[in-house]
Design a protein around this ligand. Structure first.
Ligand code: ATP
Ligand code: MG
Length: 353
């Protein structure tokens, strides 16, 4: 099912939790909302689920209006499954009881209900745990109960609010794989909330960056990283040096446009959007753009720091005259204080405005 949000706004007293949020979430996609704490992620999810009412804007689920001016379809009539930020399991109920809970109200035979619960527990690898109480489970297992409960509902749209936030890194990785699998199996349109960009990149078809209640950019993960629409997105996603430069010429068609860039002592070609023209510009330089060079016109940089990350050194390379150091991933050992020749292979020219 598709989810469509148009100019959605929500205030709490004088605080604007969401301002004019518009998003199109395609049927069957895995859509991630990424943003720092307090930016409005849970509020957005609660609006879509029908647990809050908006102050302005509209929500359509599968082409059907579920929220608009003076109009509100209750949560149980939206065909939306939710995995909450805290798993929200009933402590007095068994695992089985928790998973069966949302199915109870559905018009199903006792047998069909039982088989749905069993299948859901099997899917998350908890078939032997039906009679246990949540208190006797690990964090990861509790998380899986919450997922099974969502699965049992067989909802067309699934909303997940930071479901992995409380897990240790190793378990997170395993659960990420399970979530991707869960999505493949159910085919449900998934709206997934996180403040962890690594997790967002790993799971998403598309990511919307939410910042102080507004969407900064909604795009494919690799576009957010390679072609950020603003300096704020460039700084929020991944690491980069952002330098002032001069564009001497711009060529190519939309999508493959390239600019001839001068940045301090460097000359190189960078990618740019259709709106970019000659003149002064801000250039985003990712670690992939920075190469240790042997060519005669390479520029000397001083190693400020170098940290081994397994397989490569993560280095800050200072270039004379440039305000901030380049961030580089280098395969050879570097020692702080030494000088290395550097060239720039590419970059991204930030769109104006
Ligand atoms: N019921 C409420 N009453 C008043 N203010 C609220 C309420 N719910 C949320 N807020 C405020 O709205 C803003 C957005 O809250 P929200 O829970 O959506 O953030 P979030 O992005 O989910 O953050 P986190 O990553 O910490 O979970 C916050 O400033 C929060 O304090
Ligand atoms: Mg939240």
């Amino acid at each position: 099912m598709s989810v469509s949000l148009r100019s959605l706004s929500k205030r709490f007293g004088s605080h604007a939790a969401l301002s004019e949020v518009s998003l199109e979430i395609e049927t069957g996609s895995f859509f991630v909302i990424l943003g720092p704490s307090g930016c409005g992620k849970s509020t957005l999810l609660r609006l879509i689920a029908g647990l809050e009412t908006q102050d302005g804007g509209e929500i359509d689920i599968d082409g059907r209006r579920v929220a608009g001016a003076g109009f509100h379809v209750p949560p149980e009539d939206r065909d939306v499954g939710v995995v909450f930020q805290s798993y929200a399991l009933w402590p007095h109920m068994s695992v089985e009881g928790n998973v069966a809970f949302p199915v109870e109200s559905a018009r199903l035979s006792a047998r069909e209900r039982k088989s749905r619960v069993e299948r859901s527990l099997e899917t998350v690898g908890l078939d032997g745990f039906a009679r246990r109480k949540p208190a006797s489970l690990s964090g990861g297992q509790r998380q899986r109960v919450a997922l099974a409960r969502c699965l049992a509902q067989a909802a067309g749209t699934v909303l997940m609010d930071e479901p992995l936030a409380n897990l240790d890194p190793h378990l997170r990785q395993t659960m990420e794989e399970e979530l991707a699998e869960f999505h493949r199996k159910t085919g449900a349109t998934t709206l997934y909330i996180t403040h962890d960009q690594r997790e967002a990149m790993a799971l998403a078809d598309r990511i919307a960056i939410l910042w102080e209640g507004r969407v900064l950019q909604a795009d494919r993960p690799e576009h957010l990283y390679r072609r950020p629409a603003s300096e704020r997105v460039a700084r929020f996603i991944g690491r980069a040096a952002i330098w002032d430069g001069m564009l001497d010429g711009v060529s190519g068609a939309n999508g493959t446009r390239r600019a001839e860039v001068r940045c301090g002592p460097f000359r190189f070609a960078a990618e740019c959007a259709g709106s970019v023209d000659q003149g002064p510009a801000r250039i985003v330089l990712r670690p992939e753009d920075v190469e240790i060079a042997t060519e005669p016109h390479a520029v000397n940089a001083r190693v400020e720091s170098a940290v081994y990350r397994g397989g490569f050194w993560d280095a800050a390379l200072a270039v004379e005259g440039m305000a901030t150091p380049l961030v580089a991933h280098v395969r050879q050992r570097l020692t702080p204080g030494e000088t290395v020749p550097v060239s720039l292979a590419s970059g991204w020219v930030l769109p104006i405005g």
